[in-house]
Write a protein that binds this ligand. Sequence first.
Ligand code: ADP
Ligand code: MG
Length: 247
Amino acid sequence: MSQPATASILEVRNVRKTYRLGRVKVPVLHGVDLTVGHKEWITILGASGSGKSTLMHLIGGLDRPDKYPEQPASIVYGDRVITDMGPKGLNHYRSTEVGFVFQFYHLLPELDIMQNICVGSMIRYGRFAYGKHRKDVEKRAKELLDRFGLSDRMRHRPAELSGGERQRVAIARALINEPALLLADEPTGNLDLKTGESILDVLAELQSDAGLTMVMVTHDERIAARADRTIRLIDGRVEEQSASMTP
Ligand code: ADP
Ligand code: MG
């Protein structure tokens, strides 16, 4: 477990989200407030459908909160107001500051492991500028694969790997651009207990060694217990904060 957080890196204020499917409105988040400390590991617990993934997408700049001029929502990362950014700013934020890890890995089946990991850097630099960075990116990808015990699988495709190995590849992909914030949405949800534990070990080590700030979603209390702090999403709000932040 890491040191107690010092200053905040992420401030979520009054975030609401309603999905609209034709005339049907699906209200999901009803005013979420959340502060995440620099280098803190927080876990978000909540029942299925409570809006955990929705909140992660908003924090990661993949979607936008509802706009209510009288009660403005804001998501602030460091000194940057994510909720005020245009598409270009959001792209930059996503590709330089944030790493995503998903329950079902979302690796590209046609690409080998090395290519899957480097794809985030291709997006970051763009097709032409990537050439200039390629050597460094591939070196970093190899280091990550070494670290995760996968260096002999570089040229394999995702289908040739186990679930735990695929998730390690997905974590390497999330880290290729050296983000400061890692968002992991049920990263062990598709794995057996032992494999899930080994993935958590990897994440815990990254958080303490690389100084990552980590926001992780789970519905497993045992997993949540490993984080510095747990919050609970109930009825679209943060209902409870169990802090283990006191030094
Ligand atoms: P969780 O991750 O906690 O299981 P989600 O954030 O995925 O919950 O979903 C919360 C609610 O929002 C669910 O009722 C879900 O059906 C609905 N929802 C999620 N994404 C969409 C979408 N793109 N369009 C419409 N409804 C959605
Ligand atoms: Mg979800």
